[in-house]
Design a protein around this ligand. Structure first.
Ligand code: FRU
Length: 475
């Protein structure tokens, strides 16, 4: 597995065949559960199942058998899993708490919500005999239930085409409509999918964020995730931003359908690293699709606006080699150049955040380039210099996001993906790139004026060939 071309070495990917959205993220008895949209018979999207894996550290994953199969009510589309601590559903029969999956049944375009339960910590699942538990009121899109416990009862967010609906339940079995949000808010270039309503505790008190995936209509084309900040009174979500404002969680082309783990004190999420524009054509084999690095979520006030901040989890157990620099000085005529592994992390803090630079990941006659232009206040990722792009006419692109300064960045590279966290994770871009070669060359050069920085380069080992880290216990 570790030697397959473009096989991510520290990101989650299925052994074989197609995956899309993460589903049923739930932390229970020391295990992080990751279910996912899965087509076990093919590398293209097809009748959806829920695949399943568990991890104790979010890095090493144990693959488990398919958890949910399509049935007479339809395919198993996206949804969530909760632990029914108080046995509100009455499905618990002994001391062991029951995990309940709430998912969309999709049959010939008709979508309803159903549940399944597990009495053995997610190892086997039983569908509820009275499914569906929430019927379709006549909407074409009615899917991706994300459920959380709100003090005394359950709340479900549901994607309904151009808006999100909220429902309430005492027992997970019966649901009543609460309210709708979004017709007039945010981006509407495509269908709304995979919502998540997240509570944050901030210094200023409680804040809520509503996550909404949208496809197409992302800032750089195709799939992307927008979010709304505001309050939730148990019934309605009230945004604290005006209708036209759009906040994007990640400006790259390849971060979609991310949602948070349930049953955790602090918000943590993972996304599907792909874009519906070309997801079915990616040049990987025998699998197609992988997940992002898990990221912790925070809120931060930036220029009077509440912004979502993402911090990748530490990959400490996988760190092999680390190079740290004193202050280096990059001149326009002299590029910093290093051969790096295909699994690396590169981070830097820059003395003045307003210096223009190019940072390229190079192969044999090809490259992926990150360009920061402080005059245009723009950061771009350019995939047009890559050779392997023909699989889809949508793939080669120059993708951009507005960035005023770059004080620091942290890049995570793994075989065919790069995740770029700028300014402590306040701006993020995730992009796939398929480049040949045993290693890459990282080239960093200042444009126009000199740039002073300190960097840290880390080699990351493979989860398939774990080597004991030199850094264990040190970071
Ligand atoms: C998002 C999505 C969901 C749906 C699932 C189907 O990528 O379209 O809305 O439940 O994928 O696989």
């Amino acid at each position: 597995m570790s030697h397959e071309k473009f096989r991510p070495q520290y990101h989650f990917s299925p052994r074989k065949n197609w995956i899309n959205d993460p589903n049923g993220l739930c932390y229970f008895n020391g295990e992080y559960h990751l279910f996912y949209q899965y087509h076990p018979h093919s590398k293209v999207w097809g009748p959806m199942h829920w695949g399943h894996a568990v991890s104790t550290d979010l890095i090493q994953w144990e693959h488990l058998p398919v958890a949910l199969y399509p049935d007479e009510l339809g395919q198993i589309f996206s949804g969530s899993v909760v632990v029914d601590h108080l046995n509100t559903s009455g499905l618990q029969v002994d001391q062991r708490k029951v995990m309940v999956a709430i998912f969309t049944h999709h049959k010939e375009g008709h979508e309803t919500q159903s549940i399944a339960y597990s009495r053995d910590e997610g190892r086997t699942w039983e569908k509820y005999h009275l499914n569906p538990v929430l019927d379709n009121p006549g909407l074409k899109d009615f899917r991706d239930p994300k459920v959380f416990w709100n003090e005394t009862h359950w709340v479900m967010s549901l994607a309904c085409g151009d808006h999100i609906r909220f429902y309430r339940s005492e027992d997970l079995l019966n649901w009543t409509y609460l309210s709708s949000f979004g017709h007039e808010y945010g981006a509407h270039g495509g269908v709304w999918e995979c919502p998540d309503l997240i509570r944050f505790q901030t210094d200023a008190g409680e804040k809520w964020v509503l996550i909404v995936s949208i496809n197409p209509g992302g800032p750089n084309g195709g799939s992307a995730i927008q979010y709304f900040t505001g309050s939730f009174d148990g019934k309605m979500f009230k945004p604290d931003q005006s209708k036209e404002v759009v906040k994007w969680a990640d400006y790259g082309r390849d971060f979609y359908a991310a949602v948070t783990w349930s049953n955790l004190a602090e918000p943590l999420w993972i996304g599907w690293m792909n874009n519906w524009q070309y997801a079915n054509e990616g040049p990987t084999h025998p699998f197609r699709g992988s997940m992002s690095i898990p990221r912790k979520l925070y809120l931060k006030e930036v220029e009077g606006k509440t912004m979502l901040v993402q911090k990748p989890i530490e990959v400490t157990p996988l760190l092999k080699e680390r190079t740290e620099s004193e202050c280096i000085c990059l001149k326009p005529e002299h590029a910093f150049s290093r051969v790096i592994q295909r699994q690396s992390s590169f981070q830097a803090t820059i003395k003045s955040g307003f210096v223009a630079f190019d940072l390229s990941i190079k192969g044999e006659g090809e490259q992926l380039t990150i360009n920061f232009n402080p005059f245009k206040q723009c950061l771009k990722v350019d995939r047009t210099g890559l050779k392997l792009v023909q699989f889809s006419k949508e793939f080669a692109s120059v993708d951009s996001m507005s960035v005023k300064y770059v004080n620091d960045f942290h890049l995570f590279i793994d075989e065919c993906s790069i995740e770029i966290f700028i300014n402590q994770g306040t701006k993020v871009m995730t992009e796939l790139f398929y480049m040949n070669g045993d290693s890459f060359t990282l080239e960093w050069k200042a444009n126009k004026t000199e740039l002073q920085a300190k960097y840290r380069l880390e080699e990351i080992s493979s989860i398939y060939e774990p080597a004991l880290s030199h850094f264990e216990g040190r970071v």
